[in-house]
Ligand binder design. Structure first.
Ligand code: NAD
Length: 276
């Protein structure tokens, strides 16, 4: 197939630069059916990675893979719930068996429960569900993903946290906020533990994004403005902007970056007063 690629025109998606940043790499992306995960899957595939697009919504993951194939990318869709250890083990296994090794794990699947509120009103059920997906899901991705990355000779783990792990919000979602703080703490420790095994572990910390996850909560102009006033750049972020940061962390461009909590938040966490 290398010979065939040499005689044919380069894939359209790769024409903007030389060889892709993830050629020869396999990446497992959770929550790949929507938002950040979907955009990361498309971008990683364009950069030459073989992508395992995992989502509890298999149909959504399959749509991502269809879009990936249209860009001449390579990938497969896998269904599964990241809060179930066996499902995550199966995702990693599928990646290794299909593509011969795993180099990048993007633990990105996460939820914001509609019942998540302040500490007085939030039920145990909401807390347990949120921590199961957002914290245990990341732990399972690392439990099964890191040994696979070591077997492949090294690579990168990216855990999606959030800017809310850095600052308090008067519009509370206490279980979600606690879960993202946990992701930052465990990411740092994993980075230290596995640093000499060729595994880098970093957290991607997005600001508020114009994705399904957030926009279904911010369903009025007033709710949007309540947030936008605090964002120096004056707009919500886009999932594809997070995919670019994830690509940096996934590729050797970030070869000396580990244990980092990389904020991509439009300046929110740096602001006291914002421009009028
Ligand atoms: P999204 O809702 O658009 O996509 C999330 C995807 O994850 C969906 O396809 C969903 O089916 C999948 N998913 C949810 N629970 C799952 C589970 N248990 N197992 C497998 N798949 C599951 O969300 P998004 O905005 O792309 O968010 C992705 C990550 O970014 C999340 O961790 C989220 O907390 C984080 N984040 C989002 C924002 C934001 O404003 N959207 C801000 C900061 C951080």
């Amino acid at each position: 197939s290398e010979a065939a690629a040499a005689v044919g025109a380069p894939p359209r998606a790769l024409q903007h630069h030389g060889p892709g940043k993830l050629v020869g790499k396999t990446a497992l992306i959770t929550g790949a059916g929507s938002g950040i995960g979907r955009h990361a899957a498309l971008l990683f595939a364009q950069e030459g990675a073989s992508v395992v697009a995992a989502d509890r919504n298999l149909a959504a993951a399959a749509r991502t893979v269809d879009a990936m194939l249209e860009l001449n990318g390579q990938g497969i869709a896998v269904g599964g719930d990241v809060s179930v250890a066996g499902d995550v083990e199966a995702m990693v296994d599928k990646a290794e068996r299909t593509f011969g090794g795993l180099h990048v794990v993007f633990n990105n699947a996460g939820i914001m429960d509609p019942g998540d509120d302040n500490v007085i009103n939030t039920t145990d059920e909401v807390i347990d569900r949120t921590l199961a997906v957002n914290v245990k899901g990341v732990i399972y991705g690392c439990r099964y993903g890191i040994p696979a990355i070591i077997r492949a000779g090294g690579g990168s783990v990216i855990n999606t946290a959030s800017f809310v792990a850095f600052m308090g919000a008067a519009t509370p979602q206490i279980a979600y906020t606690a879960s993202k703080g946990a992701v930052l703490a465990l990411t740092r420790e994993l980075a230290v533990i596995h640093a000499r095994e060729g595994v880098r572990v970093n957290a991607l910390c997005p600001g508020p994004l114009r994705t399904e996850l957030l926009m279904k909560f911010l369903d009025t102009e007033e709710k949007k403005q309540r947030r936008l006033v605090h964002i120096p750049m004056g707009r919500f972020g886009e999932a594809r902007e997070m995919a670019k940061v994830a690509l940096f962390l996934a590729s050797s461009d970030s070869s000396y970056v580990t244990g980092a909590s990389l904020l991509a938040d439009g300046g929110i966490t740096s602001a006291y007063v914002t421009p009028e």
